[in-house]
Design a protein around this ligand. Sequence first.
Ligand SMILES: [Zn+2]
Length: 274
Amino acid sequence: MQIHGRLYGRLYGRLFGRRRFLGGGGRLAAGMAVGVVGAALIGCGSDEPKAGATSTPAATTTAGASATAPASVTASPTPAVVRASVDLLVIVDKQRALPDGYVPPGLQPIPAAWHAEGESGQQLRGDVIEALRPMIAAAAADGVSLRVESAYRSYSEQARTFAYWVSVMGEAQARRESAVPGHSEHQLGATVDFSDASNGWQLLESFAVSPSGKWLAANAYRFGFAMSYPPGGEAITGYIYEPWHFRYIGVAAAQEWQASGKTLVEYLEAVKKR
Ligand SMILES: [Zn+2]
């Protein structure tokens, strides 16, 4: 049994005092093995420990990068250039980090009403908030209430998380089960984890058959959002199926991506080669 992002967030809150504690009865699936949390968390944007990750490339490809200074594939000499070099189509995965210390432009709080139950204070790029607005409205018109579980995660938040797992299981194992800071799509400020009341607000694969999950899978691309980690894509993406995790890449790109039939990372690699 895997423990997913929602629970993770609460454990994280317990550890770091940023999010609320575990609780709210009924949210946790029966039999969920809290006792093995260190080995049972999933990726979701690559900053949460993941079960069964021993054969993923993260353990080797991130070798040499410290927890505070991840490899940068788009390294530039000045912060201004670094910022300008990172756009909505940059590849961020277990092999490729964002530039050291990257902070997305125009971060803003999302409207309070968009938060999932128990959540608050989530941030996204302003342009992504504006892109999300018509999507939430369109879903609502279809009777679907899209809610944001998690959005921007800073480098420092990822670093603290990773450092915690290093302290729990040692660096070698932490690198196998957790991702190195700087490798999360959530650091882009353009990525959203949605959750759904009918699914107990949990980031579980069952989100895929919730009203939100079904609506997003069918419609998100029309509003510029792509599902980063589709079913069966782990060998390519490095992540198990995450039907809740959507990244904004712009409407034109998302429509092209959808038509391509490729995973998002494959599509972005093709774009980069043009
Ligand atoms: Zn995510």
